[in-house]
Structures are given as structure tokens and as C-alpha cells.
Design a protein around this ligand. Structure first.
Ligand code: NAD
Length: 469
């Protein structure tokens, strides 16, 4: 069914299992190094013709892929729940978000612009055009297996690039299902290729070293992103990096506390806390801290942990044993450093990778839990007595993806937003992700932007022709 997966001599299989139940969901080929290099060759051959396909035709294929994904939303969402563990409502929202990248970039495909400029000496003209960068290696994580793929494939195909998608080992089935959607939407053979090498290091290094890959677009941890940037440097490959986050969620003394609690639930618990945009550090002004903690704890306690496909379940398990152990360890350390558990603070007792929604108070501004992303359903709260004078706390981390800020004074909010060292700010909003907005971070959170017109430009090179007539 999923013909996009290149296979020459695959000898081993990757077993995909459901993190809620342990049930086997399916198997995919463990792509060999040769399979991966063959996928690059196919993308390289297909690029010659794909770049010449009319923008209108590329747009229509992407638009058909959007329609197919929305028509098959429930089936795709069910697959995501089975291999990732998130709850069905989150998975339905992810499919809609993922499909929207195809619709947005179907519209962008016919907006690849250029311009004509005067040379300053008036003697000649600059004819400025844009061309597809070429074969693009896309590497995606497990936490949004559909959306992280379409956020890259959409603009790449719109720009005229061909791709090799290295899907996350934990969630390859969704990636293959998306490649299948694109094939049914009319995208020719060789334009989208999916590989699943496990472990991925050697195969990715070989693809980058081979000389045919001209673009690397990576979403994942800062550690792996930095490693790949170094590998890409050898051939000066064009890189886009969407890396880790460590978002502060700031509640000012003049905030609407109910709105802040709604926003906190969204910013913290979307995807069970396994999002790069997840609120990771809560800083609440002492004037509203009591009310915020009570209301937020009540909402967090009401979440029902279990299998994401079961009715009434509102929090799924973590994706793997490794993630589960990490979250258990992070909370234990926070408690050892003095944090007080308001709710949760414990793992599920059914043998799954579940962890209860957790609120921690009495967290010191220097606590270890605030230094790195938890990537799970845990909310540590620090009480502060002056928001404006706490800017160093908010900015004093390595990452800079997103901040959330709640205040009743928009002018104050915009002023503070200007001082936050992040690529995105949610001002009185707990959700910033939108295919039409430029998504991305500063500092160790990455390079470049995805979505919006910027997402298209990431797959285009600017060329100028010095022109005289
Ligand atoms: P990860 O870095 O471990 O893996 C990401 C991808 O890289 C996977 O496909 C993985 O198989 C591959 N990979 C791992 N080691 C590799 C190597 N040595 N060479 C080549 N490829 C390799 O990240 P993860 O655990 O899958 O995802 C979670 C991370 O992703 C978090 O840090 C999260 O913040 C980040 N993330 C960022 C964004 C964003 O847009 N900024 C979005 C989602 C997730």
C-alpha cells in the first residue's frame, strides 16, 4: 500500500507498538544505508521533471492532498493515537492542522515571486528570481508525526523540490500514510520518498555526505540538531532547524485568571505536554498565585489518564519507556529540591507509559526542572513578586522558541513581548501554532521559520541575473 518506502534489500523490520497497551500496531522495513541512498537517487532523478511541473499543477496536487486528509481525518487520527499515544481529540486536531499545511502551501505554490531592480549606477537591471533549492532531506520527530511532516513536505513540493522524509522510528506509519495520500493526490513517483533507518545516524550522515542533498530541514532535539548542523557543514548544505523549547508561561498581577487557566491547559496539556511549544515553566505573580494554583490544579486533576481511543480519556501515555522514565526522574528530583505536589506526581499503575497530570508548587527559580523541557504532563510553578523585574528569569535559559504571557493591559503585554527572547509569543493565548504564521525559535531553539510565506522561502534559492538591454 505504501509504495513511497524505498526498499532494496531490507532484512529487518521495525515493530511499531501502542504506548497505551503495548499492542503491535504494525511493522515497517528498517531501511538499510543502501535503501536510503537509493531514495536520494530517486529524489534526485525526479527533481529534473518535478521542478518544471507548472506551479498551478503542483498547487492542485497539494490541494487534493488536503481534501483527502480531511476526508480521511478519523482514520489518520486513529493511526496517530495507536502509534503515538495521544488522545483522539488531539490526534483529530493534529490531522486538521497537518492538512492545513497542504492547503496553505497549495496557495503559496502560485505566489513564488521575483522582481526587477535598477542597479544604483543606472546602467543595468537586476532580474531577481527564485528557484527550488533541490533534493531536500526532511527529518521529523514522533510528537506530531503528521504535522511535522506536512509542515516540511508542503512547502518543499510547492517550491518544486523533491524530498526524502526520514520519519521518527516511533511513528513511521503516519509518515507512510501521508506519502500514500500524496501519491493518490497525483504526486509522481520519486518526488516523495520515505525512509526509516534504525538507528538513523549512519544513514543520515551518508545521505548528507553523498553530494545530492541540497537542503536539510530538521525538527527534533537541540542535541541532534547541533550534530546534524556539523555534518551538513562539510557540504555547506542549506539548513532549517526547529529544535527544542522551554517556554515560560507568565501570569501578570492584572491577568484574567480564568482565561490564564484556560490558556495554561492548552499550552501545557496539548499533546499530553509532549510539544516543543509546551509551557514548561510557570511564573505567576504573587497577587494571583493562590487563585491560579487552585483553579489550574482543579482542571489538571480532572484529566483522565488512559488509552487515547477510550471514551472519556483526556490524557494519553508518554510515547515510550525512555520518555516515561525521564518524566518520573524529573519529578522525583523536583520533589527532592523542595517542590510540593498539588496533584499527580505519580505514574499510572497499569503498566502503561502513563503519567498523571502534575502540578508542582514551591518551586525555586533555580530548580533543575526549569532548566530543560520536561516533555510531559508536569507544570512547575514559581511565584514572583515583580513581572517586569523577572525578565532575566524568563530569558535565562538556553532555548527561545515561545513564551506565553497573560495580562489585562495590551500595551504592557506588547512591551513585555518585545523583551522576551523567543521567536513567538502567545499574548493572552495558549496556542500559537498556525500554518499561516511564521513558526520558529531563536537561540538554541533553531534556525529559520516554517509555515507562512517564510516556510516557502526556506525551500527556494534567490538568483539574480545582471541584465542589460
Ligand atoms: P530527536 O532529536 O531524538 O529525534 C528527531 C528525529 O531525529 C527522529 O526522526 C530521530 O530518529 C532522528 N535522529 C535521532 N538521532 C539522530 C542522528 N544521530 N542522526 C540523524 N537523525 C537522528 O527528537 P525527538 O525525541 O523525536 O522529538 C522531541 C524533540 O523535538 C523535542 O526536543 C522537541 O522540543 C523537538 N520538537 C521541536 C519542534 C519545533 O518545531 N521546534 C517541533 C516538535 C518537536
Amino acid at each position: 500500500m505504501f509504495s513511497a518506502q524505498c526498499q532494496t534489500d531490507a532484512v529487518t523490520k521495525i515493530e511499531v507498538s501502542n504506548p497505551a497497551t503495548g499492542a503491535i500496531v504494525g511493522h515497517v522495513d528498517n531501511s538499510s544505508l543502501e535503501d536510503c541512498l537509493t531514495a536520494v537517487d530517486r529524489a534526485h532523478d525526479a527533481f529534473i521533471t518535478w521542478r518544471r511541473v507548472l506551479p498551478r499543477q503542483r498547487a492542485e496536487m497539494l490541494r487534493r492532498a488536503y481534501d483527502l486528509m480531511m476526508a480521511e481525518q478519523k482514520a489518520l487520527a486513529t493511526l496517530i493515537v495507536q502509534e503515538n499515544g495521544k488522545v483522539l481529540s488531539d490526534a483529530m486536531a493534529e490531522v486538521a492542522y497537518a492538512a492545513e499545511f497542504f492547503r496553505w502551501f497549495s496557495e503559496e505554490a502560485v505566489r513564488i515571486d521575483g522582481d526587477l531592480r535598477h542597479a544604483p549606477n543606472g546602467d543595468y537591471w537586476f532580474a531577481v528570481t527564485r528557484e527550488p533549492v533541490g533534493v531536500s532531506l526532511l527529518i521529523t520527530p514522533w510528537n506530531f508525526p503528521a504535522a511535522m511532516a506536512t509542515r516540511k513536505i508542503g512547502p518543499a513540493l510547492a517550491a518544486g523540490c523533491t524530498v526524502v522524509l526520514k520519519a521518527a522510528t516511533e511513528t513511521p506509519l503516519t509518515a507512510l500514510a501521508i506519502a500514500d495520500v500524496l501519491a493518490r493526490a497525483g504526486v509522481p513517483d520519486g518526488v516523495v520518498n520515505v525512509v526509516t533507518p534504525d538507528p538513523p545516524g549512519e544513514a543520515v550522515a551518508a545521505m548528507l555526505a553523498g553530494g545530492k542533498v541540497r537542503k536539510l530541514s530538521f525538527t527534533g532535539s537541540t542535541r541532534v540538531g547541533a550534530l546534524l548542523l556539523a555534518q551538513a557543514a562539510d557540504r555547506v548544505i542549506n539548513c532549517s532547524m526547529e529544535l527544542g523549547g522551554n517556554a515560560p508561561f507568565i501570569v501578570c498581577d492584572d491577568a484574567d485568571v480564568d482565561a490564564a487557566v484556560d490558556g495554561a491547559m492548552l499550552a501545557k496539556m496539548r499533546n499530553g505536554g509532549a510539544a516543543c511549544t509546551a509551557a514548561n515553566r510557570f511564573y505567576v505573580h504573587e497577587k494571583v498565585a493562590g487563585e491560579f494554583v487552585d483553579k489550574f490544579t482543579a482542571r489538571m486533576s480532572s484529566l483522565v489518564l488512559g488509552d487515547g481511543l477510550t471514551d472519556g480519556v483526556t490524557l494519553g501515555p508518554l510515547v515510550s519507556r525512555a520518555q516515561h522514565q525521564r518524566v518520573v526522574g524529573v519529578v522525583q528530583q523536583a520533589i527532592a529540591e523542595g517542590a510540593v505536589v498539588q496533584c499527580g506526581g505519580k505514574a499510572a499503575d497499569d503498566g502503561s507509559f502513563g503519567y498523571h497530570a502534575t502540578v508542582l508548587t514551591n518551586v525555586s527559580p533555580t530548580a533543575t526542572i526549569l532548566k530543560d523541557e520536561v516533555f510531559g504532563p508536569v507544570a512547575p510553578i514559581v511565584v514572583v513578586d515583580d513581572i517586569e523585574r523577572s525578565m532575566e528569569l524568563f530569558n535565562g535559559v538556553e532555548h527561545g522558541l515561545v513564551s506565553y504571557l497573560y495580562t489585562g493591559d495590551t500595551a504592557r503585554g506588547l512591551r513585555l513581548a518585545g523583551q522576551l527572547e523567543t521567536g513567538m509569543v502567545g499574548l493572552n493565548r495558549g496556542l500559537v501554532s498556525d500554518p499561516a504564521a511564521p513558526f520558529g525559535g531563536v537561540k538554541a531553539s533553531g534556525l529559520g521559520r516554517e509555515g507562512a510565506h517564510e516556510g516557502l522561502l526556506a525551500f527556494l534559492e534567490t538568483k539574480y541575473v545582471a541584465t542589460q538591454w
